[in-house]
Design a protein around this ligand. Sequence first.
Ligand code: ZN
Length: 366
Amino acid sequence: MSDCFILLSAGKSKRFKSNLNKQFISYKNKPLFEHSLKVALDSNLFKKILIVSNKKIKKKYPKNIKVIKGGDERHLSTKNALYYLKKKKIKNVFIHDAARPNISIKLLKKLKQELKKNNAVVPYLNSENSVKYKDKNKVKNLKRDKVLLTQTPQCFNFKELIDLYKTNKEKITDEASLYLNNNRKIKFILGEKKNIKITTVDDFNYLKSETYYGIGFDVHKLVKNKKLYLGGIHIPFHSGLKGHSDGDVILHSIIDGLLGAIRKSDIGTLFPSNSSKFKNIRSKNMLVPVLKLLNDNNFSINNIDINLICENPKVTIIRNKIIKSLSKLLSINKNLINLKGKTVEKLGIIGKEQAIACEVICSLSR
Ligand code: ZN
């Protein structure tokens, strides 16, 4: 006797409003249904896994995974799966909606543990919102802590569930409803918040969060009688960086990296060097419209890694000061910024302390 994981992937996605069937839409680089499939496989809890789908799946899976056809409604898909398993010596079934891609092995193990003492185990969450109930145009209050929001996988003794299905005539939305309709006992255990169900395109966009990268590079000549600015602060040094602005190579590289990640061309396009408007501008002021662009387009910074390429000043001495300044200018935690120093073995004009270069990579999320 073994356990079977039934992955329901045959829904019509009526509320999803996309041409694609939602279970097959690409989420974090693979079809949505394959996420829970992988968790079920990795858990090693199941001798058999059934994918119930109305769309042909061409991919070859390991032998313990079978694909069968679903029904027109969710409960009919479950019924197909249970009837398919009739003679396969199954003890328990875990029935899971493919639209919940973030199940965990931890939850599967908890459910399995509870099945030792119970015939039906269902995960739930309490409602965090106040709940009202509408009954014939009259809206009533419900006590929030008495409301159970049921999730999947819902787990059952196979024999008991198939017997209930055989006599069921109603259109049920989950197996827990079938149990309750028949006055059967269910053990409810706390589910996981991240085990969220993707119902609409909005849910999907909210969950998928995209990552982008941008690269920046800059070099300026060092000249006498100019102040040196790096990362937005003044660094005492024998020379300063020559440029249309204050020549801050770190900030210029960061600006280019950020613009690269959000695909808005480069610093020269935003601040043309032939415009007198930007003459002698402090580079930290150039950062302001760039950060606004990020904010307006819902980007946030994951991390920034910087290589400062110079013989002197020594990065070990100025590192903490620069990171502190950048953290303030970018409004991000210091832990998200890394600054490395790189000398060039005294080669070329950088080696002769006549120029400083910088390269940066920025990672952003949307
Ligand atoms: Zn520059």
